[in-house]
Design a protein. Structure first.
Ligand code: K7E
Ligand code: RUQ
Ligand code: CUA
Length: 659
């Protein structure tokens, strides 16, 4: 032990083994302040022993054939998708198309994906898509993936995420890792911060409307932002994905979080000025955190204290309506950004952004605040000064917080209790700062393993850095981002791996692998994805699992086939020019990982069917001639032969099959 410790300290200048040596280090690094430090040290030691232990801490190395210990759900930013990476290897395992079109899986093109994309749109958006000739929204901006909770920890059911670009919220089913619900949020603009309720369970999914807009935003009011524009906070029912209620508030809503008690939720606010230019929006010295009182809001809804706007119940949570107790506005320094609840359930961290501070709220004081017994700022129990541009904070479950400094390009580890003590004693000390670690340029979000749950395990930290110049081979003017893996199992942070990522992960969530148990194949008895195809097949008297049929009804043609390596059950089908054709393909493989595809050349059509899945696509046969369809998922030695012909005749000509 002591030999390893010395080697670590001399080779990388760190004392990474401190946690494993059970506090033998002493001195500054011992952090005796944290209750549970020795329990955490035991956990750290066993975790280290069970993975590849290297001098100085954990190893990110995951050998060929070995599995990662954590699922990382990575947002895809303006690519609109969600990604799954393995941690600590940082290997990209899967991409889940959501708010985008995907060439491989046909997401955005298949009937199944379009049904999900278009199921919950506002009248206004339907009208817009129709007038624009768009079958669905082709893009999105996915920032914040978060898993559903039960009793303060991840339950492995769903992952939710926002689309800032087109005001949507999606849900991923974790048993199949596909989006099953997408809802557009009316009345709000720029759905940004997104968090699920932690307790007793999800429950609500809270979504922040970032920009201020006229409510309703239908052209009847356009001018006078100070009087007519508002930000809107939304609670969605995480089970049904229906919108439960909305609250109209003052100032732009940025990021949010929920407590561990099921009583309150929070949102940072910038632009309390209600400006419409950068200068106007950052003029005030102080903005605020809006606290939402869930019980009071639910009672307000029950009592009918709302306006129905665009079909949603909207309460008035503005400052002028404080008497109703729906909200409180806690002043914090100029333009706070990230909002993070500590895993002990006691604190909410509001990250200063334009202020070098993080403001710490004690959630145990909120009942008194709403009862009028104390003032807004009495809820603040610490305001440590950490450096320039604090954006987001993560936790290790041992009493430490890790905050990204966007301008300093650093990760700062600080001790929460020490920051609270310093604030209470009004001392000028900064001894709550444990360590500052240089990271790649402009870190935004950061995330620790299980760090937003009561089971925060303090193993790994990922810093999601916006800029990567110099870190990787130059790939032209557009660079990847740089997500950095940091070992936090010891006393000091150790940077161990740089990972390039395509546009533009903002946020990530790290879930212990044991929390998730995806299926190996689709379940034919649970056809939620292809229910529409199943219903149509029943009407046509077709059994999807055995199909090799062409049903003609006027100019509508429905083609049903199965895919079993190395053949489609139909080697060809015939249609007339102008026919509306629906092709429904069912993969009848029972073998894990045997995916087929259906690509129709010259028609912009490709879709994926994993084992036991059905996919369908509808198009108009607008080209005369012969067009091959083929399987685009390499499945068999005869994969190249897995193909067939669509024959498109002039109207009125005899079909080959009739001859
Ligand atoms: Cu900080 Cu959209 Cu989460 Cu980006 S937001 S960093
Ligand atoms: S062929 S094994 Cu398309 Cu080069 Cu692939
Ligand atoms: Cu089926 Cu390739």
């Amino acid at each position: 032990r002591s030999f390893l410790g010395t080697a670590a300290a001399s080779s990388v200048g760190l004392m990474g083994l401190a946690a494993c040596s059970g506090g033998a280090q002493g001195g500054k690094a011992a952090s005796a302040a944290h209750a549970g430090a020795s329990a955490a040290a035991d956990a750290g030691a066993s975790a280290a022993a069970s993975s590849h232990e290297v001098a100085g801490g954990l190893s990110p190395h995951v050998g060929p054939g070995e599995l990662d210990k954590y699922y990382g759900f990575l947002s895809g930013g303006q690519s609109g998708e969600m990604r799954i990476v393995g941690v600590p290897s940082m290997r990209e395992l899967m991409r889940i198309p959501v708010f985008n079109m995907d060439s491989a899986t046909g997401w955005g093109r298949t009937n199944e994906s379009r049904a999900i994309l278009n199921a919950h749109l506002t009248e206004q958006t339907r009208d817009f898509l129709k007038k624009s000739g768009m079958p669905c929204m082709p893009n999105g901006d996915l920032h914040h993936p978060h898993m559903s909770f039960t009793d303060g920890t991840y339950d492995g059911r769903y992952v939710y995420a926002n689309d800032k670009a087109n005001n949507r919220v999606c849900r991923i089913r974790c048993d199949v890792m596909k989006a099953d619900k997408i809802v557009e949020i009316p009345n709000a603009s720029g759905i940004h911060g997104l968090r699920p309720q932690r307790y007793p369970k999800t429950g609500y999914v809270f979504a922040n409307g970032e920009h201020i807009v006229p409510v309703p935003n239908n052209g009847t009011m356009l001018d006078d932002p100070a009087k007519n524009y508002w930000a809107v906070y939304t609670a969605i029912d995480g089970e049904t994905m229906e919108i439960a209620w909305q609250v109209m508030v003052d100032g732009n809503l940025d990021n949010g979080d929920a407590d561990y008690q099921g009583k309150y939720s929070f949102s940072t606010c910038y632009n309390s000025e209600k400006g419409v230019t950068v200068t106007e929006a950052s003029a005030n010295e102080q903005d605020w955190c809006v606290v939402f009182n869930l019980k009071a809001i639910e009672e307000g809804i029950k009592a009918g204290d709302f306006k129905e706007i665009e079909g949603v119940k909207v309460l008035d949570g503005r400052k002028t309506n404080a008497a109703k107790n729906y909200t409180r506005y806690i002043p914090v320094p100029n333009s706070p950004h990230g909002c993070n609840a500590s895993p002990d359930g006691n604190y909410i961290m509001l990250n200063g952004k334009l202020s070098p501070t993080v403001t710490v709220l004690d959630v145990r004081k909120l009942d008194d605040l709403f009862a009028g017994k104390i003032k807004e700022r009495d809820v603040v129990v610490a305001e440590p000064e950490l450096g320039l541009g604090p954006l987001h904070t993560a936790f290790d479950g041992r009493g430490n917080a890790y905050t990204t400094l966007f301008l300093d390009s650093q990760m700062v580890k600080w001790n929460i209790q020490k920051a609270i003590d310093a604030y209470a004693s009004q001392s000028k000390t900064s001894d709550y700062i444990v360590q500052k670690l240089d990271v790649s340029y402009q870190p935004g979000h950061n995330h620790t393993t299980m760090g937003e749950t009561k089971e925060a395990d303090g193993q790994w930290l990922v810093s999601l850095n916006k800029f990567s110049k110099d870190r990787f081979l130059n790939v032209g003017p557009l660079k990847p981002e740089c997500d950095q893996l940091i070992d936090i199992s010891g006393e000091e942070m150790r940077l161990v791996h740089d990972n390039p990522t395509f546009a533009e992960p903002h946020d990530m969530m790290l879930v212990a692998a044991s929390k998730i148990n995806p299926k190996k194949a689709w379940d034919r008895k649970d056809p939620w994805m292809w229910q529409g195809a199943l219903d149509q097949a029943k009407k046509d008297g077709i059994e999807l699992e055995k199909a090799a049929n062409v049903i003609r009804e006027g100019n509508k043609v429905r083609v049903y086939m199965t895919a079993v390596a190395p053949a489609f059950s139909l080697p060809s089908f015939e249609v007339y020019e102008g026919d509306e054709v629906t092709v429904t393909v069912t993969n009848m493989e029972t073998i894990e990982d045997l995916t087929h595809g259906f690509t129709l050349e010259g028609h912009g059509i490709a879709m994926e069917m994993s084992a036991q899945a059905t996919s369908s696509v509808t198009f108009t046969a607008n080209r005369l001639g012969v067009y091959w369809y083929y399987c685009q998922w390499f499945c068999h030695a005869l994969h190249m032969e897995m193909s067939g012909r669509m024959i498109v005749h002039k109207k009125g000509e005899p079909l080959l099959g009739d001859a």
